[in-house]
Design a protein around this ligand. Structure first.
Ligand code: URA
Length: 222
């Protein structure tokens, strides 16, 4: 029998999980939001938040009973993960979250999706996707640090569904979300689970999250 390890929904609904706003998390977010934070510290503190997101994401995977014998000769009735997983990063910023996933899930398979704005239609367009062959049998941890309008996330989920992944088996891991982005993905994919560290005020005229932290990919990689 499968059951969920934890469940901690937010004011946004049962499938939108916001990490508890502990002092530690708020301090980490303050550091990466600060425009004076250089790349080394930005990477270090972002990676700490990413680790928290991955651990929380894993808490939402089903487990089955699993009994082991300890070196004391006594049995322990525990649990084991039920299904296989994979990561899928939305390039380029999502690639920053791959190492955090690997730190928790040794030898995890990681696919990649590149989505960019179509110059003619201004809609998000799929440019590249490389995914595990058996992705339809896996739980998918979809990785993108910033959920702004939700356009890329929506497109990426469409790609996963076309490959046979079940909506309820997709977990979207994200550092900062906008209310607009959450509403957009929730309206189209109500069974998707979103795990975010923080929900910000909204979007600015350039569709950046505000107060946000600027361009995550530039700050992490350049
Ligand atoms: N991507 C970013 O890097 N930052 C935002 O604020 C929105 C999208």
């Amino acid at each position: 029998m499968a059951h969920n390890a934890t469940s901690c929904s937010s004011q946004w609904g049962e499938n939108i999980i916001v990490l508890p706003a502990t002092a530690q998390l708020q301090a980490l977010l303050t550091l990466i939001r600060d425009e004076r934070t250089g790349r080394g510290d930005f990477v270090f503190y972002s990676d700490r938040i990413i680790r928290l997101l991955v651990e929380e994401g894993l808490n939402h995977l089903p487990v089955v009973p699993h009994t082991v014998k300890t070196p004391t000769g006594v049995e322990f009735s525990g649990v084991g993960f039920e299904g296989r997983i994979c990561g899928v990063s939305i390039m380029r910023a999502g690639e920053a979250m791959e190492a955090g996933l690997r730190d928790c899930c040794r030898s995890v398979r990681i696919g990649k999706i590149l989505i960019q704005r179509d110059e003619e239609t201004a809609q998000p367009k799929l440019f590249y996707a490389k995914l595990p062959d058996d992705i339809a049998q896996r739980y998918c941890l979809l990785l993108d640090p910033m959920l702004a309008t939700g356009g890329s996330c929506l497109k990426a989920i469409e790609v996963l569904l076309e490959q046979g992944v079940k909506e309820e088996r997709i977990l979207f891991l994200n550092l900062i979300a906008s209310p607009e982005g959450i509403k957009n993905v929730q309206a189209k994919f109500p069974k998707l689970k979103v795990i975010t560290a923080w929900v910000d005020q909204g979007l600015d005229a350039k569709q950046y999250i505000t107060p946000g932290l600027g361009d995550f990919g530039d700050r992490y990689f350049l």
